[in-house]
Design a protein around this ligand. Structure first.
Ligand code: SF4
Length: 64
């Protein structure tokens, strides 16, 4: 099973990933990013890969 991982040391909570797929990435009121659903599925994989590509900090990765 493939899963999303965020390197919290790199993430600067700018919300780019949430703009691409808010079902998976959510910025809370405290400006901390949460991963709502870490499982990579056929339905969300394209958008998650786009978030990986567009994250300005390269903080998102997909692990098998
Ligand atoms: S796009 Fe990258 S740096 Fe921005 S909130 Fe998402 S994981 Fe963090």
């Amino acid at each position: 099973m493939k899963k999303v991982e965020v390197d919290w040391g790199l993430c600067e909570s700018n919300g780019v990933c949430m703009g691409i797929i808010p079902e998976v990435f959510q910025l809370g009121d405290d400006d901390m990013l949460s991963v709502l659903q870490s499982e990579v599925t056929p339905e969300n994989e394209t958008q998650i890969r786009e978030a990986v590509r567009q994250c300005p900090r390269q903080a998102i990765s997909i692990v098998e």
